[in-house]
Design a protein around this ligand. Sequence first.
Ligand SMILES: [Zn+2]
Ligand SMILES: [Zn+2]
Length: 117
Amino acid sequence: MRLNDLRVSLHFSLREFECPCCHRVRLHPLLLVRLEELREAWGRPLLLTSGYRCDPHNARVGGVPKSAHRLGLAADVAVPGEDQEAFVLAAADAHFHRILPHCDRGYVHLAVDAGAS
Ligand SMILES: [Zn+2]
Ligand SMILES: [Zn+2]
């Protein structure tokens, strides 16, 4: 076992959300609840390509300075371009506050708003 090797919900481990450079992690419970809801509706595993990002990592990958990834409020999910339209609808049904498809890059950015619920 290693750091963050911990199941935090039915389908996700804390490790999937950690920053790849420093293994630090912040995860808002609301993000996890929404992802589980989406996982159930989508019916297939969700591969996270980015969860929490520390400031240096966020800068390296070209994230905006106020990125929700820095706060544990966002995750990017690998989705093939041809499935993104259906995935975006499923994410809207799962009540994500921000859904940004990146068809050409094969992922969808999902974020929750901690101020809402
Ligand atoms: Zn880092
Ligand atoms: Zn993102």
